[in-house]
Design a protein around this ligand. Structure first.
Ligand code: AMP
Length: 118
């Protein structure tokens, strides 16, 4: 069951501060508080999905398409042209916040891309 007191629900509600890099009607992206790469962004749908399986089961095809296209554009807008995307599902796989999210991890940042704001 979805726990409404998780940290990302509080960030989405504005109850906990986070460095927001992107926001639209259905998604926010924030900087990870404990970065594991030079660039470490979390892309979080605003709706209450527990994990990847819950998201793919309940979200519409349009929502899922928008989410993954937005991950790509957020990576690009933050200067990452090479990166890894990860979504941990379940405690034994490393999930610690039970509100679905995807990590963007990049070891190299292309400053020219950032400057052009592409
Ligand atoms: P996961 O372990 O895959 O569920 O990812 C949860 C991520 O959320 C971890 O990488 C944490 O560092 C990150 N995190 C936890 N609390 C915050 C917060 N208040 N602001 C930003 N990132 C956070």
């Amino acid at each position: 069951m979805y726990d409404k007191n998780n940290v990302f629900a509080k960030i989405i509600a504005g109850e906990i501060a986070a460095e927001r890099l992107y926001e639209d009607d259905s998604i926010i992206a924030i900087k990870d508080i404990k970065p594991e790469a030079i660039l470490h962004i979390l892309v979080i749908p605003k709706k209450n999905y527990i994990d990847f399986a819950d998201f793919t089961k309940k979200a519409t095809t349009e929502e899922i398409a928008h989410y993954f296209k937005t991950i790509a554009s957020i990576a690009k807008a933050n200067g990452a042209d090479e990166y890894r995307i990860v979504s941990n599902k379940g405690t034994s796989s490393g999930q610690s916040v039970f509100h679905f999210h995807t990590h963007i991890l990049s070891g190299s940042i292309n400053q020219e891309l950032i400057n052009k704001n592409l």
